[in-house]
Design a protein around this ligand. Structure first.
Ligand SMILES: [Mg+2]
Ligand SMILES: [Zn+2]
Length: 202
């Protein structure tokens, strides 16, 4: 509820690589897929988006794509991948930072520019929003705007770091269940895996 009773929207911000689609291992480094044909969406991602939208959350992808600034990928190449993610998952919106760290933009996560732009466009109450990501920079961007946060532990990052996420989950499907459970949606705790899912902050 906004000032004067104005209703605001709520959203789940979703990182792209490692959350919605698989990364590609190149010489031991997790990289975005090289092109749209090589992009593999995670099996649980479409269902997660449907579930969250049904519960009244807008689903908005927020993605850093610094390979554009580095000249390793064309904007068109990356936009074609984004289009696949957007269309096939039925997202509400997608915001991308094409810059690299030396550009010192306001949108490259951990900076919160993408989330702020989305909040302006969609009239979001950020305190009612969630950020799901697989890097500490995702969690930091969420915290910077007062979102709750879920870290996807897909094993290429440690789980003991600052800033602490609110929750740690195995994948986006599990994260979506937990958001709805926390929202009083009645999902039973035992439907969630207990090896990865635990509260990290009270
Ligand atoms: Mg990622
Ligand atoms: Zn940027």
């Amino acid at each position: 509820m906004g000032v004067g009773g104005e209703m605001k929207n709520r959203a789940v911000f979703l990182d792209r690589d490692g959350v919605l689609n698989a990364t590609v291992n190149v010489a031991g480094v997790d990289c975005p897929p090289p092109d749209a044909r090589a992009l593999v969406l995670f099996p649980s991602a479409e269902e997660a988006v449907q579930r969250l939208r049904q519960a009244g959350f807008l689903c908005i992808c927020v993605t850093n794509q610094p390979d554009i600034a580095r000249g390793k990928r064309s904007t068109k190449n990356v936009m074609t991948m984004n289009e696949r993610v957007f269309m096939e998952l039925g997202l509400d919106d997608l915001f991308m930072c094409p810059h690299d760290t030396p550009d010192n933009c306001n949108c490259r996560k951990p900076k919160p520019g993408l989330l702020i732009a989305a909040a302006d466009k969609w009239n979001l109450d950020l305190s009612e929003c969630w950020m799901i990501g697989d890097r500490k920079t995702d969690i930091a961007a969420g915290h910077a705007v007062g979102c709750r946060t879920i870290f996807i532990n897909n094993s290429h990052a440690g789980i003991a770091f600052e800033p602490n996420p609110d929750f740690i989950c195995m994948d986006v499907g599990e994260a979506s269940l937990y958001i709805i459970a926390g929202d009083g949606g009645g999902i039973q705790q035992q439907t969630l895996s207990n090896s990865y899912l635990f509260r990290t902050r009270s």
